[in-house]
Design a binder for this molecule. Structure first.
Ligand SMILES: Cc1ncc(COP(=O)(O)O)c(C=O)c1O
Length: 368
């Protein structure tokens, strides 16, 4: 391992590409000859304009979208989006469909209900402890949007094919799998993701919003007697290049470098997907072939980002995590709400890290 760094399997914040961290380090004291760091320059400067505009351009190139989609940077994490979505898109009398596939979808549903909005939970995998992605869902024809969570970070499940919603725009929380694979973007009215897994540090959420959705929210907000505060409206961000107030400059700069890495080193999202498949298949194949470890998600729904598994007993899981730490592998503890083990193998996790993990898992099992 390089420079005393460990193999990082954290669920988020999580591993970032080493080249990105080094570039930040190298440019930190004197950003582009300014004599200041990125955290000291003005967000109204030409230097920062270049950062944010390049980040948006790279997002568009990677996802193959044009300016019909607005790329916004909003603070408050993905969790604020749980509230902003119904606030901006659900006029009085309008309804939305939600699919409940775990903790984060449950939170999104709760926030919408808290705002007294009408939401239909059209499908849920709660009956089997959220271990699968529901299929053959009947969506409402007149819903304003269908909300899904594309990757369920805690339960280790992922949508591998997006549902046919009969033309109703999909709004997806992609916090834990954005930029992990190519997307057919015309299916989505909006996608959003907290940066701290596949993009950068915590403190900034990327929102990609289709123009018709933005227009819809503007019309709805104009017709409402009670207006929303500026910071909670999407058009505040879209009309001012995400700089109505001071954005998270450092976070956006890191995202820029991660996207540069994705374009220039990895070679785009098809290549990223191939690498993610290689890592995921390697780990799941090993787990399936062992009679010691057990994967918790149903095969067809397994996540390529968060591999959740159990050992024969909780004591062994504790020992496994502690020995892994001693062997230079961090972040393998399952989410506190579910226990067990979880290896998060996001974009920046290398094949070498997964191979090292499998080697360790083999030797741990042999010793039992
Ligand atoms: C799928 C998903 N959605 C939402 C969140 C919450 O994100 P934030 O902490 O940025 O609000 C997380 C955090 O782990 C997540 O994994």
């Amino acid at each position: 391992m390089t420079e005393n760094r460990i193999f990082n399997f954290n669920a988020g914040p999580s591993a970032l590409p080493l080249t990105v961290l080094k570039e930040i380090q190298d440019s930190f004291l004197n950003f582009k000859g300014s004599g200041m760091s990125i955290t000291e320059i003005s967000h109204r400067s030409a230097l920062f304009d270049e950062v944010i505009n390049d980040t948006v351009a790279r997002t568009r190139r990677l996802l193959n979208i044009d300016d019909k989609y607005h790329v916004l940077f909003i603070q408050g994490g993905a969790s604020l989006q749980f509230a902003m979505i119904p606030m901006n898109f659900l006029a009085e009398g309008a309804t939305a469909d939600y699919v409940n596939t775990g903790t984060w979808s449950t939170k999104a549903i709760k926030e919408a209900k808290l705002l007294n909005k009408t939401v239909n939970v059209v499908a849920s995998s709660e009956d089997k402890n959220f271990s699968y992605i529901p299929q053959n869902i009947k969506f409402s024809k007149d819903a304003a949007y269908v909300h899904i969570t594309s990757n369920n970070t805690i339960k280790g499940t992922q949508w591998h094919e997006f549902p046919d919603t009969g033309g109703v725009p999909i709004v997806s929380d992609m916090s834990s799998d954005i930029f992990s694979r190519p997307l057919q973007m015309d299916r989505f009215g909006m996608i959003y993701a907290g940066a701290q897994k596949n993009m950068g540090p915590a403190g900034v959420c990327m929102v990609i919003l289709r123009d018709d959705m933005l227009k819809r929210s503007e019309e709805f907000l104009q017709s409402e007697t009670k207006s929303l505060p500026n910071m909670l409206r999407y058009n505040t961000y879209s009309s001012q290049n995400s700089m109505y107030n001071t954005p998270n400059c450092f976070g956006i700069y890191t995202i820029q470098l991660v996207l540069k890495w994705l374009e220039e080193e990895v070679g785009g999202l098809e290549k990223m997907e191939a690498r993610n498949l290689e890592k995921g298949n390697m780990l799941y194949d090993f787990i399936d072939g062992s009679n010691f470890y057990r994967a918790t998600a149903e095969k067809k729904s397994r996540s390529l980002m968060n591999v959740t598994f159990r050992l024969p007993s909780e004591e062994m899981e504790k020992e496994f995590i502690s020995q892994a730490t001693k062997n230079g592998m961090g972040g393998l503890k399952g989410h506190r709400s579910v226990g067990g083990c979880r290896a998060s193998i996001y974009n920046a996790t290398t094949v070498e890290a997964v191979e090292a993990l499998i080697k360790f898992m083999k030797s741990f099992a042999m010793g039992k």
